[in-house]
Design a protein around this ligand. Sequence first.
Ligand code: FAD
Length: 515
Amino acid sequence: MATELLLTFAICRLIVTVGLNVKPAELLVLGFGGGRVSTEWHDLDAASRDFGMLPPSKAETPPLAVVHPSTAEDVAQAVRTAQSGRFPVSARGHGHSINGQSRAPGGVVVEMTSGVGGGRVAVEEGYVDAWGGELWIDVLKRTLKYGMAPRSWTDYLYLTVGGTLSNAGISGQAFHHGPQISNVFELDVVTGNGEMSTCSEAQNPDLFHAVLGGLGQFGIITRARIAIEQAPQRVRWIRVLYYDFSTFTADQEHLISLHGGNQKFDYVEGFVIVDEVLTNTWRSSFFSPRNPVKISSLGSSDSVLYCLEVIKNYHESNADSMDQEVEALMKDLRFIPNSVFSTDLLYVDFLDRVHSAELRLRSKGLWEVPHPWLNLFVPRSRIADFDRGVFKGILGNNTSGPILIYPMNKDKWDDRTSAVTPDEDVFYLVALLRSALDSGDVTQGMDYLIDQNRRILRFCADEGIEVKQYLPHYRSEAEWAGHFGAKWERFRRNKMRFDPKHILATGQRIFEPSG
Ligand code: FAD
């Protein structure tokens, strides 16, 4: 009862504040299982923050209430209330967006990581059912108990199932297994109409495909059925360096073209090294800070180097054959001969590698800083132009964080989903994962980095490089229409169908509230 009163109080505040068209009597009948509604300052403040820590625009106000659901029904109640009152409602995963995508200015945030008290992850033959607000690290821990694991990942596991499926969910396995949205069998979704629907390829397929990569626009994912496979025990993790960009990308593309069972790596990524010392990567302690590798020690006069990163999964009983497979694969690569760095670790430690870096950065106060990130999908045919103009041009010798670059195969992406990629068989992720520091050096500051991002996007537009933003951020409907291209009409129609009042995920700034 206390919860109902609180929600009513919150909604009444909404009505008073923004003159919403909802009848308080209707709200009194709201029943919130074991869920909780909060209007506490600390909850509202937490729900307004995200990993980007970029200043919100002046027009943005914090949410007026935060719902901590206990069940999918609680989520549905929150959406129905928002629907009848025509106020915004956004699911918030772990708040690891950059540009306020999970905010609900002047509305209600549904805090999906809130506990549902056990039974949030259920492992079955061939799949795992996970609550939409579950962190991937917890899905991993649970499935490993059965010797199983999902097959497609993100580099960092403290993200929620619903949050990554609303984008795509990519990492070095995507070339082979596709993004995480290609590895989902079924979803439970609360649509913007307040309806609870189960959807899959066979059941409500339009909703299923719309929600995958749908930026939270069509419904809130409360459950995802995710493909799993037998988990390997260990991985061999190898990094090799290149002077020459075209040799580097040719090797990456060769590796993602291999299909044969064991005759391929299980993960292919890479990064760009613009700084002199190779320890400037918060992604792992692979190149030890105590034993820094200098670019100059490799005999390079170039200012930019490229690092290919691969892993081979294995079981301890197959260690010998794994060694032979790795040797055979490495023979075909054309990296700098004395630049092989190799290590061996537990599969779980490899998947959770970024968390170790997070803990290191947190201890130095370098994690909770502004992150003006820019993630782009670049068509294969123009990646060399991008290298010339951006890595060897606009960036200078200061990246302010790691720059990832790796190719993916488009045929592993389902074009029926809402996710957008370039129109070529192979495209690259280029991720500029920068941290802005208040160090007195203007080139490390937020304004400088945000401006550099704009220059990179302008360069691509001027050169006709048809990039697509991953984790996109635009401010006008026209820009969004350009982003979605041929998919825009379908995206708009789906919005009319599944969230006609435009109440969901307004933090993405795609659709104006409908009158
Ligand atoms: P939030 O930021 O909370 O939400 C993102 C959007 O999804 C919002 O619009 C929100 O309303 C919506 N949403 C959230 N939950 C739901 C739900 N249950 N149903 C419907 N909509 C929902 N991405 C990759 O693909 N690969 C990576 O390797 C990768 N690494 C990252 C590393 C770090 C350190 C960080 C900060 C981000 C990384 N990302 C990566 C990006 C990440 O996948 C996205 O930012 C993702 O949206 C974050 O998930 P979240 O749970 O924090 O979602």
